[in-house]
Design a protein around this ligand. Structure first.
Ligand code: PEP
Length: 254
């Protein structure tokens, strides 16, 4: 029997919760989470809550992820988040290049360096790519995605057992309540796979593609069924334990 691939549910809490709220939500998610399916759930709290949420999750199957890391491990970099320390406090994943960070000035070059830093510190990079509404309207989606994927993966090499997750998150769909049509997503998955494979055989079987943008318990299956992709990033609907758990259950039932 072939082993089923993991299905990633990346809960991106952004900067939407206070410290006490983050800890309460982490405890509730942990209490309600039933392991046993193919789901790999990753909680990504705000940076200031990472360590405490990590302590809550310790010993459970739920993983911890950072919403951002810097590309140096240590030094005179005021306000940055060390990938080495993120790993030290229990992170196994790091979101890199989220559109909300790109909007604040993060460049493709930063993303590339952060991917390298994540891998060096044994963090699994979740690289976000996606077009703005304007780019979508101007029919530039493919060009934007190919460009972002190519630059993010440039000169990246992976050791045995390492992997990269690429998340397609159309910027204009994030937080809108209306996910992109799964047929469009399927097409983008092909573009991403083709781009990564073209970059070298080494990467070919070492990356996963997931979807992000207004995922909820109703639409989540569309992005996973038939192995269209291996997971989702969930923003708004990860802020309530019951909604998040329902998303996980719906994936596990597939
Ligand atoms: C996100 O910001 O990564 C995201 C997927 O948000 P939402 O689910 O709220 O669209």
């Amino acid at each position: 029997m072939t082993k089923q691939k993991k299905k990633y549910i990346i809960a991106n809490w952004k900067m939407k919760l206070g410290q006490a709220e983050s800890l309460t939500l982490a405890k509730e998610v942990k209490r309600k989470y039933r392991d046993g399916g193919q789901a790999e759930m990753v909680l990504c709290p705000t940076a200031t809550a990472l360590a405490e949420v990590g302590k809550i999750l310790a010993g459970s199957k739920i993983k911890l992820g950072a919403q951002n890391i810097f590309y140096h491990d240590s030094g005179a970099y005021t306000g940055q988040i060390s990938p080495k320390v993120a790993r030290e406090i229990g992170c196994e994943y790091a979101i890199i290049g989220h559109s909300e960070r790109r909007k604040l000035g993060e460049t493709d070059e930063d993303v590339n360096r952060k991917v390298e830093a994540a891998l060096k510190n044994n963090l699994i990079p979740i690289v976000c790519v996606g077009e703005t509404f304007r780019e979508y309207e101007e029919k530039k989606t493919e060009v934007v995605i190919i460009g972002q994927v190519t630059r993010a993966l440039e000169d990246i090499s992976l050791k045995e057992g390492q992997k990269i997750i690429i998340a397609y998150e159309p910027v204009w769909v994030i937080g809108s309540g209306q996910a992109v049509d799964h047929g469009i997503f399927q097409h983008i998955v092909q573009i991403i796979v083709h781009t990564a494979v073209e970059m070298g055989a080494e990467l070919a079987d070492k990356f996963e593609v997931i979807y992000g943008g207004s995922v909820d318990e109703e639409n989540v299956r569309e992005f996973i069924v038939g192995n269209i992709s291996t997971g989702v990033i969930v923003g708004n609907n990860s802020l309530e334990a019951d909604k998040l758990i329902k998303i996980v259950e719906n994936i596990n039932e597939l």
